[in-house]
Design a protein around this ligand. Structure first.
Ligand code: G6P
Length: 372
């Protein structure tokens, strides 16, 4: 009913709107005023965590993309090597696992069969298992050595939105905690990052306030044959997630690419009027990635693309090559996915609605896939 949907047309819109609150909930009680991380609930001893030499993240669907985002942060903050793998592939390639391996299984439902089977395989190889899960008492956390719950609340729409943001936050907390107890030389910065995380609910709220033009733009995309998504660094998994949302909801051909791969194939897909969504890294980030992505916008536009650019407030460099600019608040590089994902969720939802589709219950999909 309309009441259950909190006045929104779809559960998905309600869940998108809940994101500032659930990000705050997922942080609550886990950060101290002095900028320390408290994850006592996690049940893995500090000694266990000190011994971790390698991390595997296993997940499916949107949770897998949260894992891809997390890899950037965990490696940067802890210097522990991280591999992210689709749960359905993981155990079939004989991964190298032992007691010093930490396997992080990310699952909203806690019941995804592929993730559960991957976890069981890792356990049989004596790896330690940490679940990042949204459903208390579900199978995946029950079979894990430790669990950190996301606090997204019940997610009803089949396409995951609020769970994704909280999964990223939970993974970041684990990364910070690892940094804290292992005393990496980066340790001093933990408190700075804690402060950044605490600002994210307000930043997400700010994005939500500016979504009306995104809705209007989305309606003009409803008849497109395909939409391509480009991103780099943490913007790459965001691009993949944007494409997945569109496939799931609008049944439209959509693909996400690492912007640096454009010239190795994807650019051939671009013709007159092809919509391309580009997730632009912060101009303040390292490694001149911003300039490279701005060049990509130019390149696709020169081949006829209609460019839809997601860029930070104040980033003027993108303007000459953008047919549409969607602004997001300025954030530190690793926090950006928490804001850049939101317009992609809104866009997919609106395009699906404009195509007359059931946003909350897309065809052929299940909220939780309990078969292999
Ligand atoms: C299904 C859902 C997706 C979800 C994926 C993984 O495909 O439709 O939205 O991302 O399963 O689910 P999990 O519950 O393990 O996060």
């Amino acid at each position: 009913s309309a009441a259950e949907k909190g006045g929104y047309d779809w559960f998905m819109l309600k869940e998108i709107a809940e994101q500032p609150a659930v990000v705050a909930d997922t942080l609550r009680g886990r950060l101290t005023e002095t900028g320390e991380i408290h994850l006592d609930e996690m049940r893995l001893s500090d000694d266990d965590l000190r011994d971790v030499g390698k991390i595997f993240i296993i997940a499916c669907g949107t949770s897998y993309y949260a894992g891809m985002v997390a890899k950037y942060a965990i490696e940067h903050w802890t210097r522990i090597p991280v591999e992210v793998e689709l749960a359905s592939e993981f155990r079939y390639r004989d991964p190298v696992l032992d007691r010093s391996t930490l396997v992080i299984a990310i699952s909203q439902s806690g019941e995804t069969m592929d993730t559960l089977m991957a976890l069981r395989h890792a356990k049989s190889q004596h790896a330690r298992i940490l679940a990042i899960c949204n459903t208390i008492g579900s199978t995946i956390p029950r079979e894990s050595d430790a669990v950190l719950y996301t606090r997204a609340g019940v997610e009803i729409a089949v396409a995951s939105t609020k769970a994704f943001l909280t999964q990223i936050v939970a993974c970041y907390l684990v990364a910070l905690y690892l940094g804290q107890i292992r005393g990496t030389k980066w340790g001093d910065e933990v408190s700075a990052v804690v402060g950044q995380l605490q600002e994210m609910p307000a930043a997400v709220d700010k994005v939500l306030d500016t979504m009306e033009p995104v809705r209007e733009l989305a309606r003009t995309l409803a008849e497109a044959d395909q939409i391509l998504f480009l991103g780099r660094h943490v913007g790459f998994p965001v691009a993949l997630e944007g494409a997945l949302k569109l496939k799931e909801l609008a049944y439209m051909h959509a693909e996400g690419f690492a912007a640096g791969e454009l010239k190795h194939g994807p650019i051939a897909l671009i013709g007159e009027g092809t919509p391309v969504v580009i997730v632009v890294p912060s101009p303040l980030g390292r490694d001149s990635l911003h300039g490279k992505v701005v060049s990509n916008i130019q390149e696709v536009r020169a081949r006829g693309a209609r460019t839809i650019v997601i860029a930070e407030e104040g980033d003027d460099k993108v303007v000459p090559y953008a047919d549409h600019v969607i602004r997001v608040p300025r954030t530190p590089v690793l926090m950006a996915p928490l804001v850049t994902t939101v317009p992609l969720q809104v866009m997919a939802c609106e395009i699906a609605a404009a195509r007359g589709l059931d946003v909350d219950q897309p065809r052929n999909l299940a909220k939780s896939v309990t078969v292999e």
